[in-house]
Design a binder for this molecule. Structure first.
Ligand SMILES: C[S@@+](CC[C@H](N)C(=O)[O-])C[C@H]1O[C@@H](n2cnc3c(N)ncnc32)[C@H](O)[C@@H]1O
Length: 359
């Protein structure tokens, strides 16, 4: 660790441990039992714990490897901590930190692996490539792309902090926890999509009043519909695919087994909905066009949420195109990448109360 910056000062060993999210408290208790006297504190992201112990690194790793743990997933010893910047300026500091560990010798082979949590202007791959290049110069080591190497250089990033480890590949502990996060009965999420809609409602501060009527396009298997049905009076879920039994069982979810476009012309839905959501797995231009065609079903000024799926690597173009198309019927369009967005981002907007100004 960088001296003077971290409570690891004075501790012989620091370990980054991943655990099932939601069971960090139990994991920290287990780690303290296996490593008596150790301190274990949560890191920036759920399911990530930093363990500081006065045991030597080899002793701590041997005890963990021998222990019959329930909550431990991955364990990586880390020897340095570095500051992360939004731009790639921090790569040199990370390489210097890894070199400073003093394990990489001229001719040793190594692989740099970066696990990034948070938002940065660069990708993990860029960091891996640039840090490997710099490390070659600093140590005379040989950067490789395969895992058959003398040393594994791990860079675990938690927003603005990186924990850097230089370890023998055999010393990286990886096991499947036997205990997983517990959910209250009926509360286990159906899919990752459920997190996305919760995050969108929170991040964009969208209120769903108890009496609200929601139109959910591309609903199956029903993750969004389930979340929305907890808040709204009725969710009309549109998808040709089947909904999960948990969604079918909800009395306020009405499943229309058709494509979104098939609803056009149904007068009962004219300006009927208080919220329109759309997670169709289509190119953003197509999804945006559907959103525009359906806009008349939404009350003027009411909010809409759409995921912008990256169907190619040209992410910015997809976002830009979606914005252009959506602006015909919507205003106040905001696009934000949410924690559970994978190859996509989330757009939130309001139906225009009046026609867009002519250019
Ligand atoms: C990513 S999944 C949606 C997941 C869903 N939001 C959830 O929370 O479970 C995309 C869905 O879009 C549906 N879809 C694609 N094109 C559609 C269209 N034109 N109209 C309605 N649904 C469509 C697909 O059948 C698929 O089930």
């Amino acid at each position: 660790m960088t001296r003077g910056e971290d409570p690891a000062v004075g501790s012989a060993t620091a370990l980054v441990v991943t655990t099932p999210a939601g069971l960090e408290r139990e994991a920290r208790g287990e780690l303290r039992r296996v490593l008596p006297g150790a301190a274990a504190r949560p890191l920036f992201l759920k399911g990530n714990v930093l363990v500081l112990t006065d045991l030597s690194e080899s002793e701590a790793l041997a005890r963990l490897a021998a222990a019959d743990t329930q909550f431990v997933a991955r364990v990586a010893a880390v020897q340095r901590k570095a500051q992360i910047t939004a731009d790639p300026g921090c790569f040199a500091e990370i390489a210097a930190a890894a070199a400073d560990v003093g394990r990489l010798r001229p001719g040793n082979t190594f692989l740099v692996r970066c696990k990034r949590r948070g938002r940065h202007e660069w990708a993990s791959r860029e960091l891996e490539r640039e840090v490997a290049r710099a490390l070659e110069k600093l140590t005379g080591g040989v950067g490789e792309y395969e895992s058959e190497v003398d040393w594994l250089v791990t860079v675990q990033i938690y927003q603005e902090v990186a924990y850097v480890g230089v370890n023998r590949p055999a010393d990286m502990l990886h096991r499947t926890p036997t205990r997983q996060r517990k959910y209250a009965p009926g509360k286990r999420p159906l899919n990752r999509a459920q997190w996305k809609i919760r995050e969108a409602l929170e991040a964009f501060q969208i209120e769903v009043p108890a009496g609200a009527k929601v139109l959910d396009l591309g609903s199956a298997p029903g993750g969004w519909a389930l979340v929305l049905a907890e808040l709204a009076e009725e969710v009309v879920a549109v998808d040709r695919a089947e909904l999960d039994a948990s969604a079918v069982a909800r009395p306020n979810i009405r499943h229309l087994r058709c494509r979104a476009e098939d609803l056009l012309g149904r007068e009962e839905f004219d300006e009927h909905f208080d919220l329109l959501t759309c997670d169709v797995n289509l190119d953003p231009s197509e999804a945006g066009a559907i959103m525009c065609r359906m806009a008349g079903m939404l009350k003027p000024g009411a909010p809409a949420i759409m995921t912008v799926k990256y169907t190619t690597r040209r992410r910015r173009q997809h976002e830009q195109r979606a914005r252009e198309i959506l602006s015909a019927e919507y205003e106040d369009i905001r696009v934000r990448r949410l924690p559970h967005n994978a190859r996509e981002t989330t757009a939130v907007m309001r139906r225009r109360a009046a026609a867009p100004p002519s250019k």
